[in-house]
Design a protein around this ligand. Structure first.
Ligand SMILES: *Cc1c(COP(=O)(O)O)cnc(C)c1O
Length: 228
């Protein structure tokens, strides 16, 4: 069982390294976030034993339970799910990163609630890059204003942008929304921000995301198998 996790972990890392090379990205410029939502603590521990340190969770209570159970492993936890305003305190207290900040009010609450004893909370702004009505995320038209305001909050570190494009299987079509997100990041940096993170790419489109500049891919299924 543990060796299955080690094997899948190595396979995903090889996909990342091969794709970096193929698209002339510097070696190790793409980090792997293991998305462990719905997976038991035993599966996380097995992947941690293989060498994985960063884990992403979508559901707060589930995440807190697993964090308590795995405290001794000193893992780095990233919150990547939808955020309700009444859950921000616990998120600010327990996570190193939040990828799914989709309105200024959430950034302001996380800033106010980040404990003084912890380093600033790393955040990404989630962009609804395909403008899907049912999806979370900021519209591109709101980004400059929200990013400038979030960057000024002292207990947060605005690191970059995150997106979950509508799923398509064709490689060239997968690249298009990722390219738009990269252009948005470049535009914000030209306006004076210093964003170093593009949180894009999942099990089925990580190659397209890396081709377009992903610095962190969020991978669940390819590491843990299909979700129930
Ligand atoms: C579940 C999830 C992932 C991982 O998706 P896979 O297709 O299983 O790799 C990545 N990002 C977010 C925000 C998710 O909710």
């Amino acid at each position: 069982m543990s060796s299955d996790f080690a094997k899948r972990w190595q396979t995903v890392l090889a996909r990342i390294r091969d794709t970096e090379q193929r698209f002339r990205r510097p070696p190790d410029s793409v980090q792997l976030l293991a998305v462990s939502k719905t997976r038991p603590a035993t599966a996380i521990a097995a992947l941690a034993a293989a060498g994985q340190r960063r884990f992403g969770e979508n559901y707060l209570q589930e995440a807190l339970d697993k964090m308590a159970e795995l405290k001794a492993l000193n893992l780095e936890w990233h919150f990547i799910g939808p955020i309700q305003a009444n859950k921000t305190r616990s998120i600010a207290e327990h996570f190193a990163w939040v990828h799914s900040v989709d309105r200024l009010k959430i950034a302001e609450r996380l800033n106010a609630q980040r404990p003084a004893a912890l380093p600033p909370l790393n955040i990404c702004l989630e962009v609804n890059i395909d403008r899907e009505p049912s999806k979370h995320g900021l519209d591109e038209s709101q980004i400059t204003e929200v990013a400038q305001a979030a960057a000024a909050l002292p207990r947060l570190r605005l690191r970059g942008l995150m997106a979950i494009p509508a799923p398509v299987s064709d490689f060239e079509r997968q690249r298009q929304p990722f390219a738009r997100l990269r252009e948005l990041r470049d535009r914000l940096n030209a306006e004076g921000l210093a964003l170093d993170t593009l949180s894009i790419g999942m099990s089925d489109d990580l190659e397209a995301a890396i081709a377009e500049g992903a610095t962190l891919v969020r991978i669940g299924t390819a590491l843990f198998g299909p979700r129930a």
